[in-house]
Design a protein around this ligand. Structure first.
Ligand code: PLP
Length: 394
């Protein structure tokens, strides 16, 4: 049993658990009792693998980025989650969770979304399975990620605006939890990241673990060694990072780098750099690290990237940070935008602004020329074109 994986009580070190209102207990408990058995069932695995292959387009390529490698003096590989159907890693999880919901007999699906990628991925699998779909999204994110709102609507989903707080991901999550409390029997809540009460962080990480499972095989084929020196990913709630880290957790020669959003700067008062600014506390059903005031009120986060604009991180990340297994760093809006443009012009790949944060950290590292580095390119930049154009006056 890995010391970095969830224990039988639902904790990662001191983090995790299920801090939920009594009304949610039956739903979460049903999920907790059944998720492993369902996921390990042969018919589940067959359908999951078939959809990942034929519908999502997996395995996603591991691309050796030649010009990026030359710039940084390292062998840089991009795990191309941006090439998945719907354009990000989020679909790995929604495919898994829709099959889980079907087997739990649920007829109605709800989700929260920030960048809209998880909302689109949820609306997509609901169309695929003919299930009702309601997606909660902060009003501010509805405006800055308009193409994804259109995609969800076309797919038949109802998009409901969250109007409270900073009108972003945290507020959408609050609304989704409220809906679930009011509709406990027929509804499954597809959480989009490794957050929420146990067992969500574990089940989402398991569905996303396909990222590192494939990476190991692909790296072995390309370099003769399945252990890179570094794996890197951006962290909002932390699902693409959890998937990218999963099969490397116990191999401590592989360095794990998680990149948070510093917004206008860690100490600017407009940031989402959770590990730099946060303290231990409870948010959205689990004990983790979150940005909060002296008296425990959640601080409104800020990032140019809707998917990283969240005041917490999943409990496994809190544990990787606290135990020192992972290195948690942050990147500002400006650094991320420059990195997005750089990848576009060096490699012809327009990354999501979320993924640009992970790429930007390369600027702060030094290499000897021999290191193998894998970066999770969590999503494509189509949804962000407007933001890039405005930022660079194009
Ligand atoms: C492309 C992309 N990358 C990263 C994220 C951040 O989520 P997570 O930390 O769960 O991977 C999002 C969230 O919307 C996203 O759309």
């Amino acid at each position: 049993m890995s010391k970095y994986q969830v224990n039988e009580k639902g904790y990662y070190g001191p983090f995790g658990g299920a801090y939920i209102p009594e009304m949610l207990y039956p739903n979460v408990e049903e999920l907790r009792q059944q998720y492993l058995a369902i996921m390990q069932d042969k018919s589940f695995q067959e359908e999951f693998q078939q959809l990942l292959r034929d519908y999502v387009g997996r395995p996603s390529p591991l691309y050796h980025a030649q010009r990026l490698s030359e710039r940084y003096n390292a062998n840089i590989f991009l795990k191309r989650e941006d090439l998945n159907h719907t354009g990000a890693h989020k679909i790995n999880n929604t495919i898994g969770q829709i099959l889980l919901a079907e087997r739990l007999g649920k007829k109605r699906i709800i989700a929260e979304t920030g960048a809209g990628q998880h909302g689109v991925a949820t609306a997509t699998v609901c169309a695929l399975k003919g299930l009702e779909c309601v997606v909660y999204m902060g009003e501010m994110d509805i405006q800055r990620q308009a193409p994804n709102v259109a995609r969800m609507k076309m797919m038949g989903a109802q998009v409901v605006a969250a109007q409270s707080g900073s009108k972003t991901l945290k507020d959408a999550t609050n609304e989704a939890l409220r809906d679930w409390i009011n509709n406990p029997v027929d509804t499954h809540y597809i959480i989009g990241s490794v957050v929420g009460p146990h067992p969500y962080p574990d089940l989402v990480a398991r569905f996303q673990s396909i990222i590192s499972e494939e990476t190991k095989k692909q790296l072995l084929e390309k370099t003769g060694n399945d252990q890179p020196d570094y794996v890197m990913a951006c962290v909002g709630g932390g699902s693409n990072a959890a998937g990218m880290f999963y099969h490397f957790l116990d191999d401590e020669t592989v360095k794990l780098i998680a990149v948070e959003a510093a917004g206008h700067g860690v100490n600017s008062g407009e940031s989402a750099a959770t590990t730099a600014l946060g303290r231990e506390g409870v948010l959205h059903g689990s004990r983790s690290i979150l940005m909060q005031t002296e008296d425990g009120q959640v601080v409104e986060p800020y990032s140019i990237s809707a998917g990283l604009d969240y005041p917490g991180i999943g409990p496994q990340h809190a544990w990787l940070f606290k135990s020192g297994r992972g290195q948690y760093v942050s990147i500002t809006d400006d650094e991320a935008m420059q990195a997005g443009l750089r990848l576009t012009q060096l490699e012809g790949i327009i990354p999501a602004i979320e993924s640009s944060h992970a790429l930007a950290y390369l600027e702060k590292m030094t290499f000897s020329g021999k290191e193998n580095v894998v970066i999770c390119l969590s999503g494509r930049g189509d949804k962000d074109l407007d933001n890039y154009m405005k930022y660079f006056n194009l």
